[in-house]
Design a protein around this ligand. Sequence first.
Ligand SMILES: [Fe+2]
Length: 394
Amino acid sequence: MLMQDARDQTDTLFQILRPEALYSRPIAERHRLIFYLGHLEAFDWNLICRKTLDIPSFHPEFDKLFEFGIDPPIGQAPSDEPSDWPSAYEIQRYNRRCRQTIDELLNEVPSQIFHVALEHRLMHAETLAYLLHQAPYEHKIPCSTTYDYSDAPSPVRMLDIPAGMATLGQNAGEFGWDNEFAEHQVQVSAFRIGKNKITNGEYLEFVRAGAAPPHFWIQRNGAWLYHGMFAEVPLPLNAPVYVVHAEASAYARWKGKSLPSEAQFHRAAYETLDGNTRPYPWGTTVPDRYRGNFDFHYWDPVDVDANPGGDSAFGVSQLVGNGWEWTSSIFAPFSGFEPFSFYPGYSQNFFDGEHYVLKGASPRSAACFLRRSFRNWFRPDYPYVYAGFRLLEN
Ligand SMILES: [Fe+2]
């Protein structure tokens, strides 16, 4: 992907936002939206121009103000006011100059630095969508792609995965973030895993048995609705439920099961019966929209059985796309971990025992994040991620 394509993705997000909403804060634990308008360019400037090519700054104040996002525990939200932030006009002027300078220098940028900038922006294309999802509908200009949900529930099936190896991590020489290294194999015992992610329909039984409804659900006049990106829709019973880690674990316990570990997920997704490891669950073909719901085609989830072409060698569906999957694994470094010298806090700041690994991808994940070694992580109680789960039985 080119830098311009990634910029188009993030620009699109600011275009669906009505201007009066730019200084709002749809999620209490994140910055106001105006921060992200400056952050994407300030990050590129700091990484490419300041740290890599040693270009003198033209706006040190913005380089600093927009350098880093935040991830405080729930309840410890920042307290700044809209008036603490510069005008959108000033930020856009800064952005134009950053882009222009960077574009003139792009040939001099080492490939690793270029990929870090590109993927950083694409990660924000996803997390900004989470932020905008929480913004009131009147703050957004709808640009919906419609999807016809099926009424027929997909049959619940557990599939056998035989004991064997799982390959985790990234090969030296390939691009990956610091936490993806080094590549290694893990022996995994036999287990059974859900063919599909748990659906809203299945989770509804749990809610009827007394569990609290997930963050993305609303009840009106006795009917359950899904709070979609641009509109509320009748709860799609055959689409994956998006929940926090505690809800996923509680549901699994209620069913006498558990969540897969990171290694078990890898085994179910990428290994084959004859002992080969594949780059994607379906094999080696590059990802396209028939393999799963990712790469910005939809804003919301689709049915759990919508992409049989993406099934793994063991027949497990939608291991990438249609929502990240919570694992039982705490986010921690692999053996051989080395932080990037130019971005030491990227992963290290989150090896605190308070974040869980998620695997897969969501409707708003760029296709590059489908690489096998990519690891996502969030606090277990952060309710705004497009994340669901599937069940595991030992
Ligand atoms: Fe960032």
